[in-house]
Ligand binder design. Structure first.
Ligand SMILES: NC(=O)C1=CN([C@@H]2O[C@H](COP(=O)(O)OP(=O)(O)OC[C@H]3O[C@@H](n4cnc5c(N)ncnc54)[C@H](O)[C@@H]3O)[C@@H](O)[C@H]2O)C=CC1
Ligand SMILES: O=C(O)[C@@H]1CCC=N1
Length: 268
């Protein structure tokens, strides 16, 4: 089974590095990119292969992952559709935000096996939260794509209607979490910590809180119960929590999700 990545930017690099780190054989990976040296560099780094063109990659791969920006996807589909259409043994995977299975099918001009996937940048360290949904792909093809995505973190099969909200909560939110850590680091700096220490402290606290929540969730614990566990009566946490709410924390986060969903609806 050969897996090809068309486009070797942030996301393809994160998935490929994460997959190889968790045991996927690099010899099964092939890359192409508009700037060819970028594909060659990634191939050299991982011990994989670079293809001379997108069409050449499509001829070699059983799974063709479109890892270009949404605005560039149509041009890539135009290049590879003569190779892919009529070969149901080839499964195309789209990572693109805002591009539906129907839109992609229309661009191919035929009902090819398709899987839509929404990973996140934490794939690099094997901690992605990835959604998948499929059209016309066989169970074996979906399983092969899911196997790859399982190698870079958790996966979930969801109805395509939920992709925009999933994307906000899982794929955009890392940027928002980085912003939160950066804000905490500035607060640490204000109170005399070095920025570097403050980033480490805030990021480890965030990672620990997430790990605890995921572990306790198995027993049915919800975030509000964990909040109660941290907030002592008359203590420091409730003082900070109320100040954050007064500053609009919950409303700001819901607005961020709404804005992301709105932006997604204009990408396709
Ligand atoms: N960055 C992220 O955290 C996430 C990105 N995505 C999706 O993943 C896809 C890729 O995003 P990024 O990796 O962030 O973008 P990027 O801009 O880092 O990488 C895209 C790559 O595609 C290449 N490219 C452009 N046109 C090409 C063509 N015609 N043929 C071959 N290569 C071409 C570019 O040179 C670049 O290396 C997008 O569709 C995005 O919506 C999905 C989830 C998370
Ligand atoms: O900002 C974007 O559009 C992409 C999709 C999800 C994360 N990054």
């Amino acid at each position: 089974m050969r897996i090809g990545f068309i486009g070797t930017g942030a996301m393809a690099q994160a998935i490929a590095r994460g997959a190889v780190a968790s045991g996927v054989d690099p010899a099964t990976l092939v890359f192409s990119n508009r700037t060819a040296t970028k594909a060659c560099d990634l191939a050299d780094e991982l011990g994989a292969t670079a293809a001379s063109s997108n069409a050449s990659l499509a001829r070699q791969a059983d799974i063709v992952i479109l890892a270009v920006k949404p605005k560039d996807q149509r041009a890539v589909i135009k290049e590879i559709s003569p190779i892919v259409v009529g070969h149901p043994d080839v499964c195309v995977v789209s990572l693109a935000a805002g591009r539906t299975l129907d839109q992609i099918t229309t661009d191919f001009g035929a009902g090819i096996p398709l899987v839509r996937v929404m990973p996140n940048v934490a794939a690099t360290v094997g901690q992605s939260m990835t959604a998948l949904t499929a059209a016309r792909a066989t169970d074996a093809q979906v399983a092969a794509v899911r196997f790859l995505m399982d190698s870079i973190g958790r996966t979930i099969l969801i109805d395509e209607d939920y992709f925009p909200v999933f994307q906000a909560l899982a794929s955009c939110s890392p940027a928002w979490y980085f912003q939160i850590v950066d804000s905490f680091a500035r607060a640490g700096l204000k109170h005399g910590l070095s920025k570097d220490s403050a980033v480490e402290i805030a990021a480890q606290a965030m990672a620990g809180a997430a790990a605890l929540l995921l572990a306790e969730r198995e027993n049915g614990t919800i975030p509000a119960q964990l909040i109660d566990r941290v907030t002592s009566p008359g203590g420091t946490t409730i003082a900070g929590l109320l100040a954050a709410e007064e500053g609009g924390l919950s409303t700001a986060l819901v607005s961020a999700v709404d804005a992301s969903i709105h932006a997604d609806s204009h990408l396709g």
